[in-house]
Design a binder for this molecule. Structure first.
Ligand SMILES: [Zn+2]
Length: 328
């Protein structure tokens, strides 16, 4: 049996059933929110496809092809992925196209895994499109795409799309309870902070980030009450910076919700008093402005490379003071 997260199982069954019945599609596009572990599903389908003697819905795990795959050395599994975290260029696609026009090394299927399909350059996407339009026999393309990213419409039209849904809160809780020994309230809070994504939630609980978040938001509180960026700036750290920004952003969003009288689906229920006190002192317009400032900081940090991160943070924090806190 291949190990699969429970929320991926049904998709695997459906895809493999179609393949077994002879009406599987040669190009599958997997779309999902980040952090759902869909690479596991994509790999499982690839493993099934290259196995020479699958046992119903599962690869046998024993044939030569399975052994090559287990050693991550299968000559008919090709991977297209961004080079040096940039893009997937046309030369990479051409190289793969050349390889798949040849006979399969193991006389079975050939599989091309396209990781981060949104990173294909325009030229690379066009080259791939040609191959998708005129597929060689026994060749399968498995494309992986983050939900918030897009692909050229022409590529979509050549693929069968699989949208992998985020599991329900109940299913996530059941799975998390089996993974970690944690208080149910902590599980619930961590799930909310992580948009109900189970893997990110598990990571948060394992790394004790829930506690770190509380401490970090306390620094945010000091920054707010003392109007001094130095109360929080030193506590941002490179590895967690986006999470830390999300913590602040969700605090601001909760403040705005309370201000507008929306008290359901708050994220920071464990810090409700703080959020309440904070929102009482702000106008809804200022809370909205604070939210926009922090979103812009987040965006700038993802897009602008090579600039001092601290400078972007400092500018955003200063704007919070001058444009929001001191406007009340
Ligand atoms: Zn096998």
């Amino acid at each position: 049996m291949q190990t699969l997260y429970p929320w991926l199982l049904l998709y695997y069954q459906q895809i493999v059933t179609a393949l077994l019945q002879g009406h599987g599609h040669h190009a599958l596009l997997f779309k999902a929110e980040p952090d759902l572990g869909i690479e596991q599903l994509v790999q499982a389908v690839a493993n099934f496809l290259i196995c020479q003697h699958p046992n119903k819905h599962q690869p046998c795990g024993k044939c030569h092809s399975c052994h090559l795959q287990q050693a991550q050395n299968h000559p008919d599994i090709h991977i297209l992925q961004p080079l040096e975290n940039k893009d997937i260029g046309i030369d990479q696609v051409r190289e793969i196209n050349d390889k798949i026009t040849l006979y399969a090394n193991q006389q079975g299927n050939k599989v091309v895994l396209v990781k981060s399909a949104d990173c294909l350059t325009e030229a690379a996407a066009n080259a791939l499109l040609k191959t998708l339009e005129e597929p060689t026999a026994n060749t399968y393309f498995l494309l992986q795409l983050n939900d918030s990213n897009t692909l050229p419409a022409t590529i979509y039209s050549r693929c069968q799309q699989w949208h992998i849904a985020t599991p329900s809160v109940e299913d996530s809780i059941n799975w998390l309870k089996n993974q970690i020994n944690a208080e149910i309230n902590d599980i619930l809070t961590a799930l909310r902070v992580n948009y109900n994504r189970p893997l990110a939630t598990l990571n948060m609980l394992q790394q004790n980030l829930l506690e770190q978040r509380k401490i970090f938001l306390r620094y945010f509180w000091l920054f707010y009450t003392r109007r001094s960026p130095l109360e929080i700036l030193p506590y941002f750290n490179k590895e967690n910076i986006f999470q830390q920004l999300d913590w602040i952003i969700s605090f601001l969003v909760d403040g705005l919700k309370i201000k507008l009288g929306v008290t359901i689906n708050l994220t920071n229920t464990d810090l409700q008093n703080g959020v309440l006190q904070f929102s009482e002192k702000q106008t809804s317009l200022n809370l909205l402005k604070a939210y926009e400032i922090m979103q812009k900081v987040r965006l700038d940090l993802t897009e602008i490379k090579g600039v001092n991160q601290e400078l972007i943070l400092l500018e955003g924090l200063t704007r919070l003071i001058t444009d929001v806190f001191e406007q009340n």
